[in-house]
Write a protein that binds this ligand. Structure first.
Ligand SMILES: Cc1cc2nc3c(=O)[nH]c(=O)nc-3n(C[C@H](O)[C@H](O)[C@H](O)COP(=O)(O)O)c2cc1C
Length: 199
């Protein structure tokens, strides 16, 4: 899967310095930005140790199907691999309305008018680091399609929160995949990409 370059510019195969012509055709490109936490997590009422987070599985599926530039949101202070530790930290971050720092350089939004924004559901909404991300980039003219993986809550409060956080952006159709079904989600992902005009 493509990874962000050191400059924070999302990866495009073989395009370090786009030519004027390429820049002209760049309008309308799609940025896929996501956060995902590997480690111990909820799974069918028990626990599982995920080597690759569920949201990353879905993000990679999207990137394999659609023409997107990928940026992974990485926490400067990584979240605990232990489930209860991650829950406790999220409780603290929500209580203090925190904006956890992002480790990697932010992506350039130039030329991207659509953002596929992926995260797990934490306490029925997006992790607070998603707010750090949204408040750090200019999404004024963008359409944001949220996608989430979850255990029981579905999309939760994500659309409502993103609408409030980004009043000048358009919040488009979301996709919610149950974490346990992430590896089998290709039909849902394809159908969603088709509905939002990316296939
Ligand atoms: C801190 C934390 C809080 C969570 N809260 C919820 C929740 O409120 N509702 C829900 O359906 N799932 C919740 N989950 C489960 C995750 O949303 C689910 O396992 C998701 O697929 C994890 O994605 P990831 O592996 O990409 O991080 C929580 C998981 C963690 C670690």
């Amino acid at each position: 899967m493509p990874q962000p370059s050191k400059t924070g510019t999302p990866t495009r195969t073989g395009t370090d310095t786009p030519s004027a012509c390429e820049r002209l055709t760049e309008a309308g490109r799609v940025l896929l930005a996501y956060f995902s936490r590997p480690g111990e997590n909820y799974h069918d009422g028990g626990r599982i140790d995920l080597k690759v987070g569920n949201t990353q599985v879905v993000a990679e599926m999207i990137a394999a199907i659609a023409d997107v530039d990928v940026y992974r949101i990485e926490a400067a202070d990584p979240y605990p691999e232990n489930y209860e530790g991650a829950v406790a930290r999220n409780v603290r971050e929500e209580a203090s309305d925190a904006r956890p720092a992002i480790a990697n350089p932010l992506p350039s939004l130039a030329g991207h008018d659509t953002i596929l924004l992926g995260s797990p559901i934490w306490n029925v909404q997006e992790p607070m680091i998603m707010r750090t991300f949204l408040e750090s980039i200019d999404v004024t003219a963008a359409t944001i399609h949220p996608f989430v993986t979850y255990a029981v809550s579905g999309i939760g409060r994500v659309e409502r929160n993103y609408t409030r956080l980004c009043p000048e952006a358009t919040i488009g159709e979301p996709l919610a995949i149950r974490g346990e079904e992430a590896t089998r989600a290709r039909p849902q992902v394809e159908a969603w990409l088709g509905r939002i005009g990316l296939l």
